[in-house]
Design a protein around this ligand. Structure first.
Ligand SMILES: NC(=O)c1ccc[n+]([C@@H]2O[C@H](COP(=O)([O-])OP(=O)(O)OC[C@H]3O[C@@H](n4cnc5c(N)ncnc54)[C@H](OP(=O)(O)O)[C@@H]3O)[C@@H](O)[C@H]2O)c1
Length: 335
């Protein structure tokens, strides 16, 4: 990777797409789902011909895990057919390719973070479709960089959400929160992941890598850290304070089984990122990423929302903090 490297981003309106586009600025062409459906072979080839990137970073995927469980066509398209089409086109056009995959390729029947050598055994259709996608990429383009990550959060559009945003939203409702203490992952801030992927490219890394926020946490710990950060941030007059949010709300321990969902989740999907670390690439601890994200959402000035919207890929809905003032709320009061 050098100054003449030019990037093409797919799935540019997603969390990683926004983060990656924000980092790369003018070095990139950012294509949204509306601009390029990655399952359309002819359109993918046409895009490579038109933009002539040196490197394609696939940030597109079908990430609604519960929908994937029942709508296999949706899962197969975004997670298997699309990556295969991209890999075929990149191989034909001699374009370097980065593909992103998931911790959900693992079954979670362990308490030791997964390495790249561990055998994938998905427990849901999302994980299976992602595994098939990464296998297709590695078969068609053995020199591609395939990065598995975990529990991602970061800038989302108006209709989007992620786990920390959900926790802040739950804190608006009356009564205590109940969050699973028996589900573990490696929470990953999308802008940190984007930076880590670029560092791997700089090292000319190829093949399979795990890359996630440093550490391993339960859903309960992430919820606890989210509200603790929100409490600290909103004590500062430079932060938004919304009358209807109680960041001191208790978070009661619960079991994942208490929250039935169409798709089962692995109980433990923390990633061992030692292979990337040996190349000198490590993401910050997950608590740091979370603090940056929550602080950015809740501060009045230099908020993450402002920063990410400055680099918003064309055609994406504005990045939304659900905590910007809504009906009946006072933005920026110190009450
Ligand atoms: N989010 C997580 O917790 C997590 C965890 C582990 C791994 N990952 C992986 O990380 C990568 C980035 O995900 P993310 O978190 O940024 O997800 P995201 O926010 O859902 O972004 C994915 C984007 O891809 C778009 N897309 C879906 N199908 C497409 C298609 N056929 N052609 C073009 N674009 C398409 C989506 O559009 P629509 O929204 O309109 O469908 C969305 O804008 C994915 O490979 C994902 O599997 C994510």
């Amino acid at each position: 990777m050098n100054e003449s490297t030019t990037f093409l981003i797919t799935g540019a309106c997603g969390m990683l797409g926004r983060a990656m586009t924000g980092l790369l600025g003018t070095q990139t062409t950012a294509l949204t789902f509306a601009d390029l459906d990655i399952t359309n072979y002819a359109a993918v080839a046409a895009a490579l011909n038109r933009y002539r990137p040196t490197t394609l970073i696939n940030c597109a995927a079908a990430t609604d895990v519960d929908r994937c469980e029942t709508d296999h066509a949706y899962a197969d398209a975004g997670n298997t057919t699309g990556p295969r089409a991209l890999a075929e086109a990149c191989a034909a056009h001699k374009v370097e390719m980065v593909h992103v995959s998931t911790d959900f390729v693992f079954d979670g029947a362990t308490e030791v973070p997964y390495t790249e050598k561990d055998e994938p055994r998905p427990v849901n259709y999302y994980g299976l479709s992602k595994l098939r996608g990464e296998e297709a990429v590695r078969e068609l383009m053995p020199q591609a960089l395939v990065v598995r990550t975990s529990w991602t959060y970061g800038p989302v559009g108006l209709a989007g959400t992620n786990f920390p945003l959900k926790v802040l939203e739950w804190a608006r409702r009356p009564g205590p929160l109940r969050v699973a203490t028996d589900q573990f992952g490696s929470p990953t801030y999308a802008p940190h992941l984007a930076a880590g992927i670029l560092e791997l490219l700089e090292m000319n890394a190829t093949g399979l890598f795990h890359l996630a926020g440093d550490g391993c946490a339960s859903r309960w710990e992430v919820a606890h850290e989210t509200l603790a950060t929100a409490r600290t941030v909103t004590a500062d007059p430079a932060a938004f304070r919304l009358a209807d949010i109680d960041f001191t709300v208790p978070i009661l321990p619960a079991a994942a089984i208490d929250f039935p969902a169409p798709a089962p989740r692995p109980a433990f999907s923390c990633l061992d990122c030692g292979k990337a670390a040996r190349l000198g690439v490590t993401l910050p601890p997950w608590q740091i990423g979370l603090a940056l994200y929550i602080t950015g959402l809740l501060r009045k000035h230099d908020s993450a929302v402002d920063i990410w919207d400055r680099h918003l890929p064309a055609g994406c809905a504005p990045t939304q903090s659900k905590f910007a003032a809504g009906p009946g709320e006072t933005k920026g009061t110190t009450a």
